[in-house]
Design a protein around this ligand. Structure first.
Ligand code: LLP
Length: 418
């Protein structure tokens, strides 16, 4: 599942002691395992081998350049959501013909740049967006290939903030409007509508919601075929859940076995957009204990990382396992693990049984490789933390800790205040 293991009482990432990295780069920091990333990508590629799908890593989950390069080197394409992501992934030499672009709010600048770049597919999320792409393509004298992101209106049992596939959410186009677009496709002569896209949510641990959505879309593709609308691509999105605590998510193989028959029947080229499945368990967040506080009612383990570094517990009440980097026999206490930020929402765990660790002990917050660093902020004027990658017995800083100068870059006092 991942390459963070205890050997002789110490946490290692592959063949490197996590504590050794902390000595070198300070705390807090994010740490990624090269091998885990490759292993998870390969698991998906292998499970779906018979269809030879294009696996586009959802880089919103982790856009560290070393992570992107690792995955590109092993055949991944990319699912992007902004011009920033596109420009970033191009710096590692990603193949534009393996890039798909979904976002409900693509701007003209983003559309132009993506057309110039020659990406594989725009995953279009509304009629006005389709009109806009058609207008810009005409202006640029280009024919642009798009897939329609269909909202299949299926429930997915996950956190409300990360479910996307019902009509109560802003994503995708409902089936009725999709039919209408295709009936009137001559209205958009500068786009080639060449595929359908779905993405029903994230951290989904059972196959049923995927099967429901894929069945629905497969029937829809059949209906369209009957009407003479041939397409080339079906993009089935991401959303595969991982283990944070005691979840029993489907493996890539179980997932593939469940949906392959439906996918095969469509006869279309399959695109997939896994994010968390590839990088979630491939990363940890390492933080240092500052204080142990006991107010008579509760105990608090106060650490140097905060909600600005890893916001998932605060935002989604997400559970992340927390382990001391050096195994300890210290007596267990029930404590909240909290950061230094000025909010009660600044926590990594509530009422967690934790060993009574001491000042300067290191804690690893596990499964932090997806939606960790990418969602971090400078709240409380805290610099974003460094990111490190390990490959076998080597480790290297892949992103430096932000300095105070980074934090005030671009700010100035207006003339009228001087
Ligand atoms: N494709 C599309 C169109 C998406 O919107 C997403 C995620 C993915 C693929 C990748 O989903 P994954 O395989 O990673 O589940 N910040 C939240 C998750 C937000 C997901 C956003 N979209 C979290 O920390 O749980």
């Amino acid at each position: 599942m991942h390459d963070f293991k205890f050997k002789k009482g110490e946490l290692y990432c592959e063949d490197v002691r996590v504590a050794e990295i902390a000595e070198k780069v300070g705390t807090p920091f994010y740490l990624y395992s090269h091998h885990t990333l490759v292993d998870h990508l390969t698991k998906i590629q292998k499970a779906f081998e018979t269809l030879n799908p294009l696996v586009c890593f959802a880089m919103k989950s982790n856009s560290n350049l070393a992570v992107l390069k690792t995955l590109a080197d092993h055949g991944a394409g990319f699912d992007i959501v902004s011009i920033g992501e596109l420009k970033k992934v191009l710096t590692i030499g990603a193949d534009p013909k393996k890039i798909v672009f979904a976002s409900v709010g693509k701007t003209e600048e983003e559309i132009r740049f993506a057309i110039e770049t020659g990406i594989l597919l725009f995953n279009v999320e509304s009629v006005p967006e389709l009109e806009e792409i058609d207008r810009i393509a005409k202006d640029m004298r280009k024919k642009v290939q798009v897939a329609l992101r269909v909202n299949p209106d299926v429930e997915a049992p996950t956190h409300d903030k990360i479910t996307t596939g019902t009509l109560k959410k802003k994503f995708g186009i409902d089936l009725t409007s999709t039919r209408k677009i295709l009936k009137n496709r001559a209205k958009y002569p500068n786009v080639k509508i060449n595929g359908l896209h779905i993405h029903i949510g994230s951290q989904i641990i059972t196959s049923a919601p995927f099967i429901n959505a894929i069945k629905k879309i497969a029937e829809f593709i059949e209906e369209l075929k009957q009407q003479g609308h041939e397409m080339e691509y079906l993009d089935i999105g991401g959303g595969l859940g991982i283990i944070y605590k005691d979840e029993k998510p489907q493996t890539a193989q179980i997932f593939a076995d469940a949906i392959l028959p439906y996918l095969e029947k469509t006869g279309l080229k399959i695109v997939m957009e896994p994010g968390r499945f590839i990088c979630g368990n491939a990363g940890i967040f390492v933080t240092k204990v500052l204080y142990l506080k006991d107010n008579g009612v509760k105990k608090f383990l106060i650490v140097d990382g905060g909600m600005n570094d890893l916001i998932r517990p605060s935002l989604y009440d997400a559970y992340h396992e927390i382990v001391p980097v050096k195994e300890t026999k210290a007596q267990k206490i029930k404590a909240d693990v909290v950061g230094p930020i000025c909010e009660s929402g600044d926590f990594f765990a509530h009422d967690r049984m934790m060993p009574r660790v001491k000042k300067d002990d290191l804690l690893a917050i596990m499964s932090a490789g997806a939606y960790g660093f990418v969602m971090s902020s400078n709240y409380n004027v805290r610099g974003r933390v460094p990111e490190v990658m390990v490959k076998e017995n080597k480790f290297e800083l892949t992103k430096e800790r932000e300095t105070f100068e980074d934090l005030i870059r671009g700010e100035k006092i207006p003339e009228f205040l001087n």
